[in-house]
Design a protein around this ligand. Structure first.
Ligand SMILES: [Zn+2]
Length: 71
């Protein structure tokens, strides 16, 4: 795990992809540099268990609020 990228690190799109969880819900754009860091923001089970329980708010908004000020 090296760093967390900002959208600017990904803006040319090279070597990046959209990471999806086991339900096919987008977790944002990542690259090899930041994939682990982004993944670490979420509960591991969401990538392996498509039947994971959510409160959505908790998972997708609470978890991302820390270092993203775009919202
Ligand atoms: Zn990145």
């Amino acid at each position: 795990m090296k760093k967390s990228c900002t959208w600017e690190d990904h803006k040319d799109g090279r070597g990046t992809w959209i990471m999806y969880d086991a339900r096919g819900i987008s977790c944002g754009r990542v690259c090899a540099e930041c994939e682990d860091a982004v993944r670490a923001k979420y509960r591991p089970e969401i990538f392996t268990n498509s039947r994971y329980s959510m409160p959505e708010d908790d998972l997708y908004w609470g978890g991302m609020a820390e270092d993203q000020d775009d919202y």
